[in-house]
Design a protein around this ligand. Sequence first.
Ligand code: ZN
Length: 262
Amino acid sequence: MTRKYSVDVDLERYSRQIMIPYFGKGAQKKLLESKVVVVGAGGLGSPVIMYLASAGVGKLRIIDFDEVEKSNLQRQVIHAGRIGWNKAESAEEFVKSLNPDVDVETIRERVEVDNIIRLIKGFDVVVSCPDNFRTRFILNDACRILNIPMVHGAIFEFEGEAMTIVNKPCYRCLYPKAPEPKKPGIIGATAGVIGSVQAVETLKILTGIGDVLSGKLLRIDLQAMEFFLISLKAREDCPVCSGRLKKLVPSNYMGSCEITEF
Ligand SMILES: [Zn+2]
């Protein structure tokens, strides 16, 4: 059930965004009544969770099975002082101290083919912040089946990318299959840039303000300090955008995650 909020309760907290003429109390009310799933409370999830919670998104479901390690803190800044905690529960602790208006729900599960529909159904936006292609494919396919907007982000060393999928094209139009998995080095601030882009994309979807990165891929190279906006079209042979994929089949998420079974 959607919680109802009165924006008059804490106008001071949100005053700097409410004072934007085209934002106002109306957009704030929309945020306070919205429900967002964040998958992955790591490098990207940290700024996403921080800015969605501070903006007053009413409900945040945070999914992460992993535990906080010392090597995470270089970029996963919301977990300060909580090495050894489950990341979703550490994120909940952070959000509670930042903004008590937010209803946080933590899920200590790995996203899988057999649980993803249950985990995201009924939510307004899914923010994709995992560190692997397989989870991104599961999220993309499930979001398209349920028609939920998804905000994608990924980072590598000084580089990153973000796109928003509201219909076509989808993530599989960008990457039809997964490359060989590898653990990249990452500059923490790169996660801050891309995660902030994902947060602002989510806020725009929820409020209806501005233009989202739908049909556009943002690529950044912070070493050269270059930002690129690339137009994307749906692939004619995309199994998701063509509407052929109607359910999630486990065999489609092995190895390169190409869709071979419908
Ligand atoms: Zn597609």
